[in-house]
Design a protein around this ligand. Structure first.
Ligand code: ADP
Ligand code: S3P
Ligand code: MG
Length: 180
């Protein structure tokens, strides 16, 4: 069996979790949404982790969990929806580049703004003195080179629905099910 391991990276709000869910339906293989797994294991929400442990504590949990999930599933087909900031950790970039077919979902700031406008509550990295659009642009300027460095493919999502994005990803790899 041909093992497929697809990791979705990209900025907050681009649709990693949503496209991840669509992909697992289409490919009939499991999804790990890393943020959800972090929350379950910590028994805290992401906002609570940031409040108690700061961004540093969250990044440690995130990169350690990525390494563990990766090493425990090397022979398993899997879709991984990462959090937008995973690429800020060097160890995580190494794992994504080496052990996953990593796909960068990318979008214009205006698209991210429209996706995130009612979704800032559980995303502490969006707490900022500046307005939401400026924060989106600022994070992109820091992170885009890292997304590029880990990604085998880039998919632009502007103006597209979740299923069409997932279908494009399946076509990129020639995947019909996770065993193809
Ligand atoms: N292609 C899309 N078109 C319209 N809305 C989208 C699309 N992708 C995601 N969304 C919406 O944007 C918000 C953030 O999506 P989510 O999947 O949580 O993004 P991420 O995991 O990348 O932060 C959700 O409300 C989701 O329904
Ligand atoms: O970009 C970031 O730093 C973060 C993105 C979030 O995930 P999504 O990209 O799924 O929103 C989550 O991991 C956390 O709030 C930090
Ligand atoms: Mg997500």
């Amino acid at each position: 069996m041909n093992v497929q391991r697809i990791a979705l990276v990209g900025p907050m709000g681009v649709g990693k979790s949503s496209v991840g869910r669509a992909l697992t339906r289409m490919l009939d293989c499991p999804l790990v949404d890393l943020d959800k797994m972090i929350e379950t294991e910590a028994g805290m929400t992401i906002r609570e982790i940031f409040a108690r442990e700061g961004e540093t504590g969250f990044r440690l949990r995130e990169s350690e969990l990525l390494s563990r999930v990766t090493s425990e599933t090397l022979e398993t087909s899997l879709v991984l929806a990462a959090g937008g900031g995973i690429v800020t950790t060097a160890a995580a970039r190494e794992v994504l580049g080496q052990h996953w077919t990593t796909i960068w979902l990318n979008a214009e700031p205006s698209t991210l703004l429209s996706h995130l406008q009612s979704e800032t509550n559980h995303r502490p990295m969006l707490d900022s003195d500046s307005d939401l659009l400026s924060r989106i642009v600022q994070l992109a300027s820091v992170r885009e080179a890292w997304y590029r460095s880990v990604a085998r493919f880039t998919v632009t999502v502007d103006g597209r629905d979740v299923d069409s994005i997932a279908r494009e990803i399946c076509q990129l790899g020639g995947w019909m099910t996770c065993s193809d």
